[in-house]
Design a protein. Structure first.
Length: 547
């Protein structure tokens, strides 16, 4: 959990980031002067380079519950309460003031119809396609969900089962997708705060820009406060930083590389916001590649042991991260205790001489986005002293990286390592563990029956079950021993925001942009030039973790 208060960096730290006089840096005042109404000209440009389809679907769709930052991982949304009758039966009470974006009611009839469509083509990256049996109407605003077997991840899946109008299903249906396909059709088909009006984003295919407009029927009154959102999914990272820090009207909010903090702090137009996150930088080892040296367990283990994670955090991450011995965020509740124990007292380690004997001469081909290149270079620098060399396939386009991963079983690509930003899209350890489940196309492991059995047991357990954390420990220890992925530090969320935007980022993969507000000085709504005093630098805002 995060600290409730936001803490600005002390003035004594400013010279580390900034070159101007301390007196020119001021506390962010956007929340004090932001407007609590929607101007028809209000507009934000947002850069989302990782999982844009996951963020967009939460802006345009209604679900029974939705992802949030809590340890539980979800909050009520279209439903306002539930009752678990037994391990296979759940009742939900629906709000009676929710309409679809075309003005038609979202009631029990609509919810049951949507679940019937979903059952015909449920997504396959969790176990919901096996566990969900049926959904029935109890009354006008109450439904009952029936399962085939106990399923501890039910509520996390309910946050991804979107509700659509009848008209939507005349054009598009659910299919057994390995990503998401619900941002493929423009129109007033959902029940979220925004309507998709231009573009698409489905994981393996997405437009460079996606345009959303405020939903006039949205039930959370007065929200959203911004009329138009333009989401940018692909852009060279240097252009993003320039557009955010040196200009107005091009980028207002952006996830930025950890090594670009200085540019934002020294900007006349932007401010920096950092917070701990449950994001995992998933660094796959391609055990589908018949030629990779990574089939040798000792090489995989030596690569992980060769890394000095504390130095990576200090230099490559610019202090924005924490060491992690596992391919899951060390900030995630279910991994935190074991991560701390392993970092404090790691299992028996190889000597540097032994690591060098194992790794000397190993060459690895790395696929990644440009935003992660500085991290890869930091890792390469550390491994170079053990005789390891890298070559790179770098792109600004996430869907290129996903194609290399998700079609790897059919094509057996020649990459050895692949890095992508696996932001916590699920509010549950599964958001990282699904990359280790061999029936899943997100996994680059060929076969591990024991690990798959652990995962199937995990499906049945709720987070509150006394067996949940011990099983998580068993899974993480198994993955550590097998060294299936390169374990690197868990990054903080680092976001650049236009100074005239009042917005608080989340630590998980949801952007609550319906809550974002503008000051009267924002470029999209002001009529006069920006006053000179608004160009003064802003102190960075940092959210600290609860201890």
């Amino acid at each position: 959990m995060l600290a409730k208060s936001l803490i600005c960096f002390a003035l004594g730290l400013i010279p580390f980031y900034m070159y101007a006089a301390e007196s020119t840096y001021e506390t962010d005042d956007a929340a004090k002067i932001s407007l609590a109404h929607r101007d028809p000209n209000s507009h934000l440009h947002v850069y989302i380079p990782s999982l844009p389809y996951a963020y967009i679907m939460r802006l345009i769709n209604g679900t029974l519950v939705r992802l949030d930052d809590s340890t539980r991982g979800w909050e009520y949304f279209i439903a306002y309460k539930h009752e678990k009758r037994d391990d296979l039966t759940y009742d939900f009470w629906l709000r009676n003031d929710v309409k679809f974006q075309d003005g038609t009611p979202l009631n029990a009839d609509a919810v049951v119809e949507n679940f019937n469509h979903f059952l015909q083509g449920a997504f396959t990256y969790t176990d919901i396609h096996r566990k969900l049996k049926s959904v029935e109407k109890l009354d006008a605003y109450r439904i009952r969900i029936h399962l085939n077997a106990p399923y501890g991840m039910l509520f996390h899946d309910l946050a991804r089962i979107n509700f659509y109008t009848k008209e939507y299903y005349r054009h598009h249906q659910w299919s057994k997708s390995i990503t998401a396909e619900n941002t493929a059709l423009v129109g007033p088909f959902g029940a979220g705060p925004y309507i998709l009006t231009q573009g698409y984003a489905t994981g393996l295919a997405q437009s460079d820009t996606v345009v959303l407009k405020a939903n006039p029927y949205y039930f959370e009154k007065s929200q959203p406060y911004i009329q138009t959102l333009t989401i940018h999914t692909r852009m060279p990272i240097d252009r993003v930083i320039d557009a955010l820090s040196n200009k107005e009207g091009q980028i207002d909010i952006a996830f930025i590389p950890l090594n670009k903090k200085t540019e934002i702090v020294n900007s006349k137009y932007a401010k920096l916001y950092t917070l701990p996150s449950t994001t995992t930088l998933s660094f796959h080892m391609n055990l589908m590649n018949p030629q990779t040296p990574l089939h040798d367990l000792r090489i995989r283990q030596a690569l992980n042991e060769a890394l000095n994670q504390e130095n990576l955090v200090k230099f490559a991450y610019k202090g924005e991260g924490v060491p992690s011995p596992f391919p899951i965020s060390a900030n995630m509740h279910a991994a935190k205790a074991l991560s701390n124990a392993y970092m404090s007292h790691p299992p028996a380690r190889m000597s540097d001489e032994e690591i060098a004997r194992i790794l000397n001469g190993v060459h690895l081909k790395v696929v990644t986005q440009d935003r992660f290149l500085s991290i890869c270079k930091g890792i390469e620098y550390q491994l170079k002293r053990f005789g390891v060399t890298f070559s790179y396939d770098v792109t600004s386009d996430e869907k290129y990286v996903f194609k290399q991963l998700l079609t790897n079983r059919e094509h057996r690509y020649d990459w050895d390592l692949l890095l992508w930003g696996n932001e916590d899209w699920y509010g549950h350890p599964w958001s990282s563990l699904f990359t280790l489940y061999t029936p899943n196309q997100w996994c680059a492991i060929d076969k591990d029956d024991a690990l798959d059995a652990y995962m199937r047991t995990l499906f049945t357990l709720e987070n509150s079950d006394s067996r949940f954390l011990p099983l998580m420990d068993t899974i993480l220890k198994h993955v550590y021993e097998k060294a299936y992925m390169l374990s690197i530090p868990s990054p903080n969320m680092v976001v650049g925001i236009n100074k005239e935007v009042d917005f608080t980022p989340s630590s998980v993969a949801i952007m609550r942009l319906w809550e974002a507000k503008l000051t009267p000085y924002h470029w999209s709504i002001r009529s006069a030039p920006l006053p000179q005093e608004r160009l003064r630098y802003r102190l960075p805002t940092k959210v600290l973790p609860d201890e």
